[in-house]
Write a protein that binds this ligand. Sequence first.
Ligand SMILES: C[S@@+](CC[C@H](N)C(=O)[O-])C[C@H]1O[C@@H](n2cnc3c(N)ncnc32)[C@H](O)[C@@H]1O
Length: 298
Amino acid sequence: MSSDAPPPLHERVLGLFEPTLLLVMAISHYIQVCIEAIKRGEILAPITQTAKLRDEAFARFWIAFTTSRPGPPPPTNEPTQIQPSSLIPPLLKTASGIVLDIGPGTGSQMPLLKSPAIRAIYGAEPCTGLHKALHSKAVAEGLGTKYHILPCSVAPSELLPALDATDTGVTDSHKANGDGIFDTIICVRVLCSVPELDRTMRELYALLRPGGKVLVMEHVVNPWRTAKGSMAARIAQGVYQILGWSFFIGDCCLDRDVEGALRGAADGDGGWESVAIERWMGWSALPHISGVLIKKSK
Ligand SMILES: C[S@@+](CC[C@H](N)C(=O)[O-])C[C@H]1O[C@@H](n2cnc3c(N)ncnc32)[C@H](O)[C@@H]1O
């Protein structure tokens, strides 16, 4: 039995330090990658090849993090604090048709994407250092032929050419008639990293078929001005940003209004058919939203 009631004060204070572990882990991988480059004789690499080293360090960090992450706690009748990861399975089991999986990382969510209602999955993952793990996961989960890894950002200017390059014909009807492509777009802990989020979400909305849905589980800016939010947690988010959170953790931003970008994506088309978004853990530095946005069927 999980609850979203704020935990006792000491747990809330400890929770403010939760991102510290992630940040320390990410920084240590970055330092390690820089040291290795210098030892190879690429002394200036940390200055001249920063993007490459960041990408490599993030890949190593994310692989280490996802392999060390404990599984969900066993069910209990005692009231326990809601775990954001427990929100994902019920959400992803509704995925169907042609699916866009934004930033799949190492494919942690793949075991939840085995429904026969899913025809094909396109995973847009720009961090190429994660592709080997992603491919292995797809094969291990029996999704080797259904899962297509796209080496690109989800920005449609990169996404559409990468979809074309799969030679699956998935963009044919879009190119001929401007039709939507995806029945489901999955966003799990990724919109924090996507550049120009408002614009990208508007463009992705246009690639959604009528009646298509966006499934979301994201960490967001703390809603500190509302009764559910926390000013201390909002300040903590700002401090982590200043300490280099985005630099070391693959452009992730702790302080994004992800919900606003999602809701606004359909504004130019008369709004969504329905939006069902819930907010969780407003007391913490990693508050989450989860839910479904459905496009009008026309
Ligand atoms: C925090 S990880 C989450 C991975 C996965 N969704 C999960 O839940 O385990 C964020 C992922 O988004 C990817 N990413 C970052 N910027 C992106 C972009 N512009 N388009 C698509 N993916 C992106 C990162 O490379 C990384 O794999």
